[in-house]
Ligand binder design. Structure first.
Ligand code: C2O
Ligand code: CU
Length: 469
């Protein structure tokens, strides 16, 4: 393996100059380890496709662009390749994805590959790499190990960089996926626009407490999204919630639909529902339809109160129009994949993670893990089963996200979940105990977990830990 060294920068760029772009939050305190460049090179070389797999090479440029959320009203955004969301990256299990990111933004950035089980040096956080300065190009390269609907976004100055449009979906297909009539990727977001149609700068206390909820609802960057579906057909929709803080209590006009997968890929078996809760950073794969010709159906978020200062309102994301009938070949198998429980019975927790909040004279509100902003948590040993009690000590919901490993929810307030699933993000309701289990099976290095409400994440409601041999 030679010829790739010009794609990335190594130790010669050492130093912390890029941190001059940090925005007053505490990110700069987590610098990558001194041997990060060597670990990066090893991870790069080790990322080889499985037999029959390909290397998929993608160039992304993060830059300013004009984007019409609302037709005729271009907004100044930050976007990958000029698109909000960025391009849908697609691969199959066993492929290697190599992404060359050029930073043409006025500030440093990184890309985090949300939900992927990749080597720690490719995780795109400032715990494992030096931020990519303006003008630099940096290469991420990793094996796609798992089928599912994932996404990518910066892990720097998130309340600005994601809010302005830097995010995209990443779809990985497995060997035997359910065969439906069509597939769509729907990335949901909400933005707050001023009268001129520009994204408003972050507001005051309410936004810092609640997280920003915009009033312009987007599907794939479009505030007036319309979908057309053929009568009689059943489609697979891969839905990503890329909003900063909005909880999407997803309803398809109140019609029944089928839940096929969640953040960690397919469920063991399909589940019939009429709604599903999609927390910030959450994903669902659903089977939608069949509908009758001429019907009009709203894709909406029902009222969901998450303990915020601001009130909760139902909103509509898109309108579905049902066209002339087309034949269906859709088959939803009775079982999707085997999922073995990591623990049976109540299990003994190995760790408690407390999500906390406190009023503050200077900041209005502060967010913690175990009483600390950017908590340094104890290391985790390779191969040792983790059973964590995530304790939400606050009066609002927080979506808990673990980097690099899927977990199973064992119980919520002592009650087992309705079905077993793999997840990378899960809701923690107010004053709750959410017991999760996960296995640090391999991939030692620096990892983290955090609330995925971006304002809480940036305020330090997160923990950093190492997976060690
Ligand atoms: Cu999508 Cu650390 O997050
Ligand atoms: Cu939170």
């Amino acid at each position: 393996m030679t010829g790739h060294s010009h794609h990335h920068h190594g130790s010669e760029h050492g130093g912390t100059d890029a941190h001059s772009h940090s925005h007053g939050h505490a990110h700069a305190m987590h610098a990558p380890p001194a041997d990060a460049p060597a670990m990066y090179d090893a991870a790069y070389a080790a990322a080889q496709p499985a037999p029959g797999g390909r290397v998929i090479t993608v160039d992304l440029e993060a830059r300013e662009a004009d984007w019409e959320f609302v037709p005729g009203k271009p907004a100044r955004v930050w976007a990958y390749n000029g698109w909000v969301p960025g391009p849908v990256l697609e691969g199959r299990v066993g492929d290697v994805l190599e992404v060359r990111l050029t930073n043409s933004l006025p500030e440093a950035t990184t890309i985090h590959w949300h939900g992927l089980r990749l080597a720690a040096p490719m995780d795109g956080t400032d715990s494992v790499q030096r931020p990519i300065a303006p003008g630099e190009t940096y290469t991420y390269r990793f094996l796609l190990r798992d089928a599912g609907t994932f996404w990518y976004h910066p892990h720097m100055n998130e309340t600005v960089q994601l809010e302005r449009g830097l995010y995209g979906a990443l779809v990985v297909r497995g060997a035997d996926e359910p065969e439906l009539d069509a597939e769509r990727v729907l990335v949901l977001d909400d933005v707050k626009l001023d009268r001129a149609g520009q994204i408003k700068p972050l507001g005051g206390l309410v936004e810092r407490h609640d997280g920003r909820q915009g009033d312009t609802l987007l599907v794939n960057g479009d505030a007036k999204a319309e979908l057309t579906i053929a009568a009689g057909q059943i489609e697979r929709w891969r839905i990503v919630n890329a909003a900063s803080a909005r909880y999407v209590r997803l309803s398809i006009g109140g019609r029944p639909f089928t839940l096929l997968g969640t953040s960690g890929g397919l469920l063991g078996a399909p589940v019939q529902v009429t709604e599903v809760l999609l927390v910030p950073a959450g994903r669902v794969d659903i089977a939608v339809g069949p509908f009758a010709e001429g019907e009009t159906i709203q894709v909406e978020s029902l009222k969901y109160y998450r303990g915020t200062i601001a009130r909760s309102k139902p909103v509509t994301f898109a309108t579905v129009r049902v066209d002339a009938a087309a034949p269906s070949k859709a088959v939803i198998p009775a079982t999707l994949r085997p999922i073995e429980p990591l623990v049976t019975g109540p299990a003994t927790p190995t760790r408690e993670v407390h999500l906390g909040e406190k009023p503050s004279l200077t900041k209005g509100v502060r967010f913690f893990v175990n009483g600390e902003e950017h908590h340094r948590d104890a290391p985790v040993k390779l191969g040792e089963l983790q059973v964590w009690d995530v304790m939400n000590d606050t009066a609002m919901d927080h979506p808990f996200h673990l980097h690099g490993y899927f977990f199973q929810v064992v119980s919520v307030n002592g009650e087992p979940p309705a079905f077993l699933s793999w997840e990378d993000t899960v809701n923690t309701p107010p004053k709750s105990r959410v017991r999760i289990a996960w296995l640090p099976d391999d991939r030692p290095g620096e990892w983290m977990y955090h609330c995925h409400i971006l304002e809480h994440h940036e305020a330090g409601m997160m923990g950093h830990f190492a997976v060690v041999p």
